[in-house]
Structure formats: structure tokens, C-alpha cells
Write a protein that binds this ligand. Sequence first.
Ligand code: ZN
Length: 193
Amino acid sequence: MGEVEGQVRSEQLDAEREARRRAALAQIRQYPDPVLRMQANEVEEGDESLPALAERMSRLMQEARGVGLAAPQIGVLRRVLVYQTADEKPVVALVNPRVLETAEERETSEEGCLSLGSATVVVPVERPVSLTVEATSPDGEPLRIEAEGLEARVIQHELDHLDGVLTVDRTTPEGRREALAQLRPQPILGPLA
Ligand code: ZN
């Protein structure tokens, strides 16, 4: 596995994997898509479409080489997120996640985002180092997660997506200025431009 920066893994990909990554990214909403700024809705209990939604999100996240994905990033305004902090770890899917507690200690780390030009826009973001979250699984099982390190960071990044918040809102004024300059609409050069 390559270096992990927030939501994005940076590594050398072979051509086929790179093609799959681009195809997945083309299905992920990109800044400044207004849906990325919208509040996602609570999901009703017992919704039978959730396992399929979580499955689709997991596949897209893995193909896009991300470590997390929130439903609004595929245009679905529901409070669902998935993450996988390492290849050998299972994908975790959270429905209606709710933060119970966050650490007072905070740390700053570089974060990328699959909706912000993937690996190209990386900004420093300060967040609490750990947190406890309650949620349900896509099958309706109650979950309680105590996360720290990268897991805590990814969960907070995805929770932000459920509230229409992006890393550019959380970074330093300088980080924001640089990111927005990189995100300015570019001439169309291909399917990802
Ligand atoms: Zn993101």
C-alpha cells in the first residue's frame, strides 16, 4: 500500500488499475458540484436498499483508491459513509453516524478528497485525534466505534461530507487559497478534466 493522505492513497498504479480508478472517479461528484454542499438526510430504519448502496460505495471507494466515501459524493443525500484504512482491513459502513465524544487533543495532517481532484489537492486539516461514534450497519445492527489516528481522521472527513463541509473549509487560509486556485475550472482535456 502507498502513502495515505486523508481520503486518498497515492501509489503507482498499473494501466488497468489506473483506468478503473478514472472510471470510478468519473462516478464521484467533483467540486464545485452543489450536491457536495448539501445536508444529507437521516436514513429510515429498516431500509432494505442500504446493503446495496453500501456495497456500491465500497466498490467505488476501492476502485478510486480512496480510504473513505460518503453518499453525497455519489449524489445520494443520505447519511451513509464507508471507509477502509488499509487493504488488509475490512470495509466499515456506517448509517446515521452520530458523534458521542471527541478528544480535546487535536492534530494537523494533510488530507486529500475524492471530490477535490483526488490526489491533486491536498490541504492541512486540524482535527481531534480520536472520537467515539454510534451508528447502525447497513443491515440495521447497532455499532459503536472508538477510533483514533487515521481511522478517526477518515470518519471525521466523511462525517463532514454528510453536512456539506469540505477540507477547503477546514484548512488554513493559505491552504484554501492554493486549493481553490488548483480547482478553478480548467479547459476540457479529457473525461476527467
Ligand atoms: Zn472527501
